[in-house]
Each structure stands twice: as C-alpha cells, then as structure tokens.
Design a protein around this ligand. Sequence first.
Ligand code: NAD
Length: 523
Amino acid sequence: MTTETNALTSEDKTTITDTTTKKTAATRILSNYVGGRWVSAQASGLLDVTNPASGEVLARVPLSGIADVEGAVAAASAALPDWRGRSIGERTEFIYALREKFRQRIDELAASVTRESGKVLSDARAEITRSIEVLEVACAAPMTMQGRILEGVARGINTETIRQPIGVCAAITPFNFPAMVPMWFLPFAIVCGNTFVLKPSEQVPLTSELMFHIFEEVGLPRGVVNLVHGAHDAVNAILDSPGIRAVSFVGSVNTAKYIYRRAAENGKRVQALGGAKNYMIVMPDAVVDKTVSNVLGSAFGNAGQRCMAGSVLVTVGSAQAAIMGRLKEGAEKLIAGDGMDAKVSLGPVISSAACERIHEAIESGLKEGAELLVDGRRPTGVPAGGNFVGPTILNNVTPEMRVCREEIFGPVLSVMHVDTLDQAIALVNSDPRGNGTSIFTENGAAVREYSRRIEVGMVGVNIGVAASPAYFPFSGWKDSFFGDLHVHGWDAVEFFTRKKTVTSRYFSAGETGKFFVEQGDKH
Ligand code: NAD
C-alpha cells in the first residue's frame, strides 16, 4: 500500500501517476457516503487498495479527517428524530429488505470480499451468509427491544422500563472480514432507532462501498447510515466527536486498548474487540481424521487471518503420536493461490507488509529453537505479485517464544506438547488473550473440566472455529475484549439502547390496589 498526499478535488474516475511504483493506472478514488449522497472526502491523502493475490491496484481510498467525520455526524444527527420516531415495524421492514438484497447479491458481495481481502471464495460466501444471519436476528427487534413493566409498585402506581436508541453510533472495523464485521453492528444499531457512521478498514473499503449501494437501493432515509473512509485521523475524529454516543471497534489488541480508553474518556459507550491467540487442545481419545481436518481448517482457513483462527495446537499425552503425521500430510496438500480459483484452499495474506511480518515471525521461531515441520516460506505455483505464505507448522514451540507471545495472523500453526489436561489448561490461561479455544475429545468429563476452568470467552468442543452464531454473543475475554456488552445476541440490543424507567399513576383512575382489596375474590 502506498501513500500520497493529495487534496481530493478530482472527479471519481481519475488518472493517477503512482509516485512510488511509477505505474500509471486509471484508478477510481472512493467517495464517502454522507446524508444519502456520495461525496468527495476533504482528505489529506490517498492509499492504494490492492488485490492481495496480484498486487493490482483496485482503487484509491481517501484518508478522511475531522471535517469529513463531522459532516457524517451532522447528517446522522439530522436523520435521528425522524428515524427513531418511526415505528419498530417500519424500521424492521428495511432490515428484511436488506436481507433479501444480500441473498440476491451474495455472489457479487463474496467476489468483492475475495478481490480485496484475498480469502477463498467459499470463505467469502460463508462471510456473507454470516452477515445475512445478523440481519435475520436484527429482524427480531420487535421482540428483543421490549422493556419490562411491573404493575403495583405502590397502590395505583406502575413502573416500566423502556428501551430507547442512544443516538449516533459509529463502528471502526478491521480488514479480515470486510462485510461481516461492519454487519455485526449496523443492522442492530439502526433497527433500534440509532443512526450510524462506519469507518471501514482502509485496506478493504470496496465491500463497504458495495454494501452502501445496497443500503441506498432499499431506500434507507438519508443520513441513517453514513460511510467515511480513512485511517487514524478519521478514527480519532470519531473518538473525539461530541455527536457520537457509542463506538464499536474490532481490530488488534493495542488499537482496541487505545480506542477503549480514548472513547471512554470522551464519555462514550464502547465495545472494543482485540486480537487473539487461540489454542486447540487435542486429547488422546480424539477422533483423529475429523480432528485433523478441523485443526487444518481453523489454522489455515482465511490464511490464518481470523480472530478465531486456531494458531496454537496443544497435544495431550499420546495425541501427539496419533495426529502429527496426519497433520503434516494434510497441511502439505493445501493449495495456495488466488482465492477466485476454485481449486485453491489457501489465499494470500492481506499485504506485502503482512507477508514480511509473518516471515520474520517464522524466522524468529526457528532461531528460538522451534522445528519447521511444514515449510510455507516459498510457496510454488502462486500468481506473481501476490502476498503468499504457504501453510507453515512450527513444532515444539514453547510459551516464551515470540511465535507464541505474539499474534502472527497468518497461515502459521505453532505446536506444543503436554502430558495432562491440567498442564494444557494452565498454558491457555497464562495467555493474556482469551477469544476462542477448542478441545477435541469424546470424553464428557474432560470437556466439562475444560469449559469450566478455561479463561477464554468462546469454547468449541470438536469444533475448530467456535464463532458464536448471531443469536448468541461473540464473547471474547481478557485482552481480546474491552467493554461490558459483546457483539450480537441479546448484548447487541443492550449496547444499542439505553433504558429509561418511568413510574406513573393517574389521579382520575383511583387506586388499583384499593379496588382489588374492596372487590375481594370476585377479581
Ligand atoms: P488494526 O487494529 O490494525 O485496524 C483496525 C481498525 O483500526 C482499522 O479501521 C484501522 O484504520 C484502525 N486503526 C489501526 N491502528 C490505529 C491507530 N493507531 N489509531 C487509530 N486507528 C487505528 O487491525 P487489522 O489489522 O485491520 O485487523 C486484524 C486484527 O483484528 C487482528 O488482531 C485480529 O485478531 C483482530 N480481530 C479481532 C476480532 C475479534 O472479534 N476479537 C475480529 C476480527 C479481527
């Protein structure tokens, strides 16, 4: 990705000379979507958006600043009174319409995800399916947004709690799920009566652009959803904007900590999801074939760039002998290449910088004494210009090695061996992150023990990627989550509404309690 300082006064289609690569390309500059209109950003610079499989420049994304964010916040604030004043049925109708559009255009959306993020098409389709699931759960708002009422807190007096929208909400999202992560928030936020500003990852802004065209097609009123492209400046403007009441963030641990602190200091409600290091425990009685295929899918799916990727495998006792050979064999069969190609099982990583970082991590593992069981450092048969790392397995990793301490976020599986379940639990609990974990066994007692004692928010039993469905919370722990209310499930309604408690009586109605006393058993 290259940077260029440039005021955006040009039209959307512009011929640009890239000063870094000396390439000339007819490259589209992306627009923000504010108040129902596509507008040029008043940006301080541009970044290339590239196809990670080929290096082709797909578009240029503007680095919006305070003025752009404040424009979007003003549009969202202006839209708020009408939007929150509409009936819940009317708002839900838009979510139904979006669900239909996403189903109709799933191939187009999936192709966009693959083109800009590199993941294989089947993974991209699964991502859109997950986004559709969120839309479906948001359609339950007429039930889930209900409050509570208690008759007779005193004679003739009732108290009720109602849920109201909080105002303008914003989300800041990562590169690895260009559709799904923005859709974790947007449907719940707007169905609850809030208006919304999205700042997608500057590395994958194109799928957001496509989704906003769909929001426009279903006729969402102007200003209900707004799109601001950019990076740090746009994020800081969101965190500091007095008009934004709640911030949802997904990204790496350090950014999550920063976002949580700065947004909270500014009095906002925050949910900030951080990075992960997910351990997969294989017990001696695990079903070998199915365990190995789940472990491979978890470690190498989406080229390891999932916050729920199993990045550390821990064998317990004789499980080591049972699975290591099969694991090596399975990893070596994976085919790296362009995610658009149906025979490919491992796409590129997001950028050349990510590629370099992953190579450095592998080298550090080797220097620190790990054994290279499967070497993906120089994958063959991959397209030129892409950011490819083949499946890599480092064996005999120890907790103090960098590959264990840091999130590699690439197709690299670290393997450790212990003798007992107790040792495995101690290992997992010593990690500062706690997003997901899996245990492979047919032993219910081991599962119960593991699920009860493990300090991780999402646990899979014989499931490699135990990402919660949209009707449950996506409930990471420790450094993988900063906040109180998680993403989707019941937590989403809690996050995107605030409770108001009304206590009431009517002097003309008499005292209900007295009436019952006087009428006795008749009532
Ligand atoms: P990132 O933290 O680099 O970026 C995420 C967002 O924050 C982007 O929109 C980016 O523009 C912005 N940003 C980055 N650094 C910033 C800074 N210093 N100041 C202000 N804004 C900043 O993350 P990424 O590389 O896009 O995504 C990968 C990370 O996200 C991984 O660590 C992964 O584990 C994590 N992730 C976590 C979950 C989860 O549910 N916990 C889900 C998906 C991804």
